[in-house]
Design a protein around this ligand. Structure first.
Ligand SMILES: NC(=O)C1=CN([C@@H]2O[C@H](COP(=O)(O)OP(=O)(O)OC[C@H]3O[C@@H](n4cnc5c(N)ncnc54)[C@H](O)[C@@H]3O)[C@@H](O)[C@H]2O)C=CC1
Ligand SMILES: O=C(OP(=O)(O)O)[C@H](O)COP(=O)(O)O
Length: 339
């Protein structure tokens, strides 16, 4: 049996890329062969400190070497070395890299900022892992869509989902993002309904009847979902709490927490890297069933919830593991998810 590790390249080392790099580095069946940076900034500095091989656009290599960096080669060189590339460039930028990946015959994963048409398969570890087995191109859906799939899938399996209505309060920007807003407004995002989240859930579970709306708010910690779900079979709030508590990537939030800021503080107290909360954070006390309809709030840590899904997507595409639950367990154990 070939025991060599799958060679993973990270193209775009920002919020998502640096986290995927660290998560892949924790796995025993895959390794990071390089990351790409476009500028010699603080993220390049920490990448070098962690020992990652840094690649750069060919016309930017001089700027790095002048700043004292050792550059392993161009982005094209990195792609040639890899078995699979995780494209973590900003939304709508990743599509311009597709021709390069095709030319080099390398498998690729894109993120949720890209259109669904970029890859034939949109991915969620629990809901459709098997669809990605051996696939060349996959899109890991956005942070909010991932969070929705993680609750809708088990509810649909157990009780059948008649209709999902979700309102998403989106964080305005990530904590390190100095360009995004709003600073003092609630922005209809988008004004024309539905938001992309409902249709994106259907790229993974086409039969789900779902409508979504989203509002951007002046906060950077997390997104917040207000969910209202009609189920086909009757159940109680306790049934749903027990169902969620048993899932591998849902954390039931209690202990007096009633705000996203407190969840992040909880993450800090737990000693999570970068205070990441990879699991859906379902507010336990909010789970209610009224007149046959299920209601609850959940918070989604946008910077981190898609990271384990990227690791599982690599495992599926490289045919390292056929059973999604085994991959999820392996990824969770290595990262400390669920602890
Ligand atoms: N930040 C978030 O909350 C989440 C983002 N996503 C998605 O992940 C993707 C990446 O988003 P972020 O990490 O937030 O973006 P980011 O802006 O934090 O990082 C992107 C990185 O790619 C680099 N880059 C830009 N153009 C490049 C190019 N042509 N080649 C190589 N590198 C290039 C940038 O310099 C930056 O370091 C997007 O599709 C986004 O929609 C998904 C889930 C959550
Ligand atoms: O995937 C995300 O959100 P989304 O699920 O609302 O598209 C990330 O938070 C990125 O969103 P952004 O497009 O506001 O940077």
């Amino acid at each position: 049996m070939n025991m060599s590790k799958v060679k993973v390249a990270i193209n775009g080392y920002g919020t998502i890329g640096k986290r995927v790099a660290d998560a892949v580095s924790l796995q025993d069946d895959m390794e990071i062969i390089g990351i790409s940076k476009t500028r010699p900034n603080f993220e390049a500095k920490t990448a070098a400190m962690k020992g990652y091989n840094i690649y750069a656009p060919a016309d930017k290599i001089d700027a790095f070497t002048k700043d004292g960096y050792t550059i392993a080669g161009s982005i094209e060189d990195m792609i040639k070395e890899a078995d699979i590339v995780v494209d973590c460039t900003p939304g709508k930028v990743g599509v311009s890299n597709k021709a390069l990946y095709e030319k080099e015959g390398v498998k690729a994963i894109w993120q949720g900022g890209e259109s669904k048409d970029i890859a034939p398969i949109s991915f969620n570890s629990e809901a459709n892992y098997a669809d990605a087995l051996g696939a060349d191109f996959v899109r890991v859906v956005s942070c909010n869509t991932t969070g929705l799939c993680r609750v809708i899938y088990p509810l649909d399996q157990k009780y059948g989902v008649e209709k999902v209505r979700v309102t998403i309060v989106r964080r305005g920007g990530d904590p390190g993002d100095i360009k995004s807003g709003p600073i003092d407004a609630l922005v209809l995002d988008p004004i024309k309904l539905p938001s992309h989240h409902g249709p994106d859930v259907k790229t993974i579970m086409p039969h789900i009847n779902i409508t979504s709306a989203a509002i951007k708010a002046p906060t950077s910690f997390m997104h917040l979902h207000v969910l209202n779900i009609q189920l086909k079979e009757e159940c109680t709030a306790d049934d749903v709490k027990n169902l969620f508590a048993a899932r591998p990537r849902i954390q039931m939030i209690a202990d007096g927490i009633s705000a996203t800021a407190q969840i992040i503080e909880f993450g800090r107290d737990l000693g999570r890297p970068r205070n990441d909360m990879w699991e859906n954070c379902v507010f336990k006390e909010s789970v209610s069933v009224d007149d046959g309809e299920l209601y609850f709030f959940q918070a989604i840590h946008q910077e981190s919830d898609v990271i384990p899904e990227n690791v599982d997507a690599i495992r599926a595409m490289m045919s390292l593991e056929k059973d999604n639950l085994k991959s999820i367990e392996k990824t969770n154990k290595s990262m400390g998810i669920g602890l």
